[in-house]
Design a protein around this ligand. Structure first.
Ligand code: COS
Length: 383
């Protein structure tokens, strides 16, 4: 048993850390306030190879697996959650839809452009009436000769504002429902009838675009149907397994940052004539956060190893998502408490970290859904 990162993964971490410190940290506050990530940041991440970090080398990516993607997510999120989650929309669930559900021809056609960032992808599954229960979606795709005609509306689509290609999940057989009745399509943004709605005004992660995508008689070639007809739900679930794992790594990064700032503050801030770090009340909070971070890290990288070695990891990914998001919210809450009034002021990073953390218990499948995934698997496969 070994608990070390490979040399490649260690070098990747160093490179992303330098990028985060040099490029993202200095503008993170501005990204939050202006609700926008400068395009150059995305382009620089593409130049660094981060957009294709988990795409296999044979398709033009870095071939560093989910472990590599988790390393990238953990480091980037320490600088800014919105930047990391934007990368995730593309690298973790958008492009991954092709890797998980695409044919060999589609992998060769789409992944090289996704790897370089020549094309940016997003993942369009949720609808206003179908969030936790995506099988209840109403977006339809109807066959018309060599094409499909898509109609419907997707909501809460991260990076839908900048994506060149949306992976859209649609009903192709209403009778069959989720299992067998959903198919996914690669839809280019220039397609006629494709429109991008307003950017959601969110509590946190405000720099990332969260938009509605509407499809009004959008014609999509059958060549852009992702995998088999009726396999869309399975593809979505397989992709979300990866998305949940990568989100865990986001939570780890954010928790590390909140904890680091808390330790520094507790050592420097004085009350009753000594640093507050000298008081047991503070020490217990710091100890609990350190423990949470250790547990997150252990779960995340063990699950990434399961994925990268081709073993089942869906249950573990759901546990990672559930645990890491709950733990992050606890760590962020303690960080505010340790910082006192400073933690509540928008002038300090802790306030943003606290706001950014809250949605992690909701998106990528609510934590209530994660418990269902875990419980079903426990009852099916045992432990
Ligand atoms: N990997 C691959 N295939 C999977 C899968 C997985 N992890 N989980 C389910 N499937 C497939 C199976 O093939 C299953 O068919 P079988 O019963 O033959 O095995 C089929 O999908 C249907 O699965 P299930 O019956 O479990 O579907 P449900 O409608 O009951 O939904 C939950 C299950 C609730 C777990 C699912 O709808 C879910 O994850 N919801 C949350 C969605 C979400 O995360 N949304 C946020 C997206 S924003 S990025």
């Amino acid at each position: 048993m070994e608990f070390t990162f490979s040399e490649e993964h260690a070098m990747l971490r160093e490179a992303v850390r330098d990028f985060t410190d040099g490029v993202i940290r200095p503008i993170a506050d501005e990204i939050d306030k202006k609700h926008a990530i400068p395009r150059e940041v995305i382009d620089q991440m593409a130049e660094l190879g981060l957009l294709g970090v988990a795409i296999p080398e044979e398709y033009g990516g870095a071939g560093m697996g989910e472990t590599g993607l988790c390393v990238v997510m953990e480091e980037l999120t320490q600088g800014d959650f919105a930047v990391a989650v934007t990368l995730g929309a593309h690298a973790s669930i958008g492009a991954m839809s092709v890797l998980v559900g695409g044919t060999e021809e589609q992998k060769q056609r789409f992944l090289p452009d996704f790897a370089t960032g020549a094309k940016f992808a997003c993942f369009a599954l949720s609808e206003a009436g179908a969030g936790s229960d995506p099988g209840a979606m109403t977006t339809t795709a109807v066959r018309d000769g060599d094409d499909w005609i898509l109609n419907g509306e997707k909501v809460w689509i991260t990076a839908g504002d900048i994506a060149d290609i949306a992976v859209v999940y649609a009903i192709t057989d209403k009778e069959k429902g989720a299992n067998g009745g959903v198919t996914s399509f690669l839809v280019p943004r220039e397609a006629e009838g494709y429109s991008i709605g307003r950017n959601e005004d969110k509590m946190g992660q405000r720099g990332s675009g969260t938009v509605t995508l509407a499809f009004d008689n959008v014609r999509v070639s059958d060549a852009n149907r992702l995998g088999e007809v009726g396999y869309g739900f399975r593809t979505a679930m397989g992709v979300l397994d990866r998305g949940r794992l990568a989100l865990g790594a986001n939570c780890l990064g954010a928790a590390r940052e909140a904890h680091k700032l808390s330790v520094e503050y507790a050592k420097q801030r004085e009350a009753f004539g000594k640093p507050i770090a000298a008081y047991q009340a503070m020490q217990w909070m710091l100890a609990d956060s350190a423990m949470d971070i250790f547990a997150m890290e252990s779960m995340i990288y063990r699950t990434a190893w399961l994925c990268d070695t081709g073993q089942p990891f869906g249950r573990e990914a759901a546990m990672v998502k559930l645990h890491a998001s709950e733990a992050l919210c606890q760590v962020a809450d303690r960080a505010v408490q340790i910082h006192g009034g400073m933690g509540y002021s928008a002038e300090y990073k802790i306030e943003r970290l606290y706001r950014d953390a809250r949605v992690t218990r909701i998106y990528e499948g609510t934590n209530e859904i994660q418990r269902i995934v875990v419980a079903r698997d426990v009852l099916k496969r045992g432990y």
